[in-house]
Design a binder for this molecule. Sequence first.
Ligand SMILES: [Zn+2]
Ligand SMILES: [Zn+2]
Length: 198
Amino acid sequence: MNTFEEYFETGLKFHGHRCPAMPMGLRAALAAMKTLGVEHSQDKELQVLSETGEGHAAGCFLDGVMVVTGCTYGKSNIKKLYYNKMAFTLIDVKTGRSVRVSIKNEVLAQSLKSPFIEQRKAGVPPQDVPAKIADPVIEKVLNIPEEMLLNIGEIKVIDVPKGKGVFEAEPCAKCGDMTFVNKLQETPAGKVCIPCAG
Ligand SMILES: [Zn+2]
Ligand SMILES: [Zn+2]
């Protein structure tokens, strides 16, 4: 198991800039995993339903969640619900046990008034926010006690939809792109991919 420092380092490399929301995601995901007693997903042992969306501040949160849980878009064991909330549900696929973790209202409200967000509102890209402004805001996220940072819900058992991955691919009859067969459509011209089916 990785230490927080290791996750933080990986998170920075993966995410691309220093900001407060990505480490919030690291901490929230670690708390969710501890609550369920599960480890980093090597394949699809875990699923994340993220309530973040797009076009809002602090969506970087989800990159922290991905780094820690191992739930990734490539493996398709993460979904965004676009509720534009700083919350997610972590699911242990084998048992169906799940927990919802969210950032406390006061923490989000406060962080939206931080000097970091002032810069972002003024149009400064996150990577160009001076370290002397970004670092204290990040330090706060790293050091705030968990009970002040997070709401951790009750463990609930839910039905987890399970499906097997498809291993067969064929070229589309029209464009020739190799396409996994579960998304090829039968047409008079042969089996075609979704864009070619029109
Ligand atoms: Zn960020
Ligand atoms: Zn095609």
